[in-house]
Design a binder for this molecule. Structure first.
Ligand SMILES: NC(=O)c1ccc[n+]([C@@H]2O[C@H](COP(=O)([O-])OP(=O)(O)OC[C@H]3O[C@@H](n4cnc5c(N)ncnc54)[C@H](OP(=O)(O)O)[C@@H]3O)[C@@H](O)[C@H]2O)c1
Length: 278
């Protein structure tokens, strides 16, 4: 692929939540709307995306051979049929970027007819607000230019990282993929406990949300490690030390490790039905 990222056509197969957030980020970042095409059989998503971003929308590809990048943004159980529809239309130098959870690059490549340039990503839900964490894996056929284009697209939803072994995406799923739910659970638990301690329910929830946002912001901007930041806000014999001692003696770290191992194991099982181990 010789064209620059700025002039790369980007096709989205599926115009739902994830596609909308990436398109919003791309447009905000200055990518021309005329270079973006959304393929979705639904009238509502096509009209919404056309009205909001002035991108091209089509019901089906109908003989258009996509170049640049195609982002597969349909639900995981639709990916195989979407690939089968895409396969005969796909340009040879097009990179296919899948954001579908738990769908292996080897399966996507096979469903597309083989020898395709495939990047598989594990984004997470905060991408809907530009605060996502996406991890990408490229198969051996992906060129450095195609990697840059895939990264450019996912960066529209937040921060990006690469792994060079696909099974690592199962661990990523257990950390950042499912991780927003762990954050929500901690918010719920802190808010419930605050209510039990006598706070108004709404105040308790708002304090829990703002406190975790503040902690994440500090961990983002302060070069010190999270452990050092924690020590910095923990006075010997104080209130935070009392709470942290209670967390540690109840096995909090082991509990997190057990939960994430369960998520990793489930991610492996879900990717298994084809029996095609990457
Ligand atoms: N949302 C997230 O935060 C998030 C996070 C991580 C990963 N992901 C991954 O992103 C992918 C998309 O998720 P989403 O939440 O954006 O789903 P979504 O909102 O349901 O969007 C999917 C869109 O694709 C359309 N569609 C169905 N079949 C199609 C086909 N054959 N060709 C083209 N379009 C078709 C759907 O139409 P109908 O509604 O009419 O079926 C819908 O408009 C999933 O694989 C998911 O695993 C999402």
């Amino acid at each position: 692929m010789t064209r620059s990222i700025d002039s790369a056509p980007i096709y989205f197969i599926g115009g739902g939540n994830m596609a909308s957030s990436l398109i919003g980020g791309l447009i905000k970042g200055g990518h021309a709307a005329s270079l973006i095409t959304v393929v979705d059989p639904g009238t509502e998503p096509r009209e919404r995306l056309r009205a909001e971003f002035e991108v091209n929308t089509v019901e089906r590809l109908d003989g258009t051979a996509p170049t640049g990048a195609v982002v597969i943004a349909v639900k995981p159980h639709i990916v195989e049929s979407a690939c089968a529809t895409l396969a005969p239309e796909l340009g040879d130098d097009c990179v296919v970027v899948s954001v579908a959870a738990g769908t292996r690059s080897t399966d996507i490549d096979r469903w597309l007819g083989g020898d395709r340039h495939v990047v598989r990503c594990m984004p997470n839900t905060p991408a809907l607000y530009g605060e996502g964490a996406s991890v990408l894996f490229a198969n051996d056929s992906v060129s450095p230019e195609q990697r840059n284009l895939a990264e450019f697209i996912l960066a529209a939803g937040g921060k990006t990282w690469w792994v060079d072994s696909e099974p690592q995406l199962d661990a990523v799923t257990a950390l950042s993929g499912s991780g927003p739910a762990y954050g929500f659970l901690l918010i719920e638990a802190m808010a419930d406990a605050g209510r039990t301690l006598g706070l108004d329910a709404e105040l308790a929830e708002q304090l829990a949300v703002q406190t975790l946002l503040g902690a994440a912001t500090m961990a983002t901007h302060d070069p010190r490690s999270p452990a050092t930041l924690r020590e910095g806000v923990t006075s010997k014999g104080g209130t935070t030390a009392a709470a942290l001692n209670a967390f540690e003696s109840a096995g909090f770290r082991n509990l997190v490790a057990t939960a994430m191992t369960a998520a990793r194991d489930r991610a492996q099982e879900l990717a298994e039905p084809t029996g095609d181990t990457p």
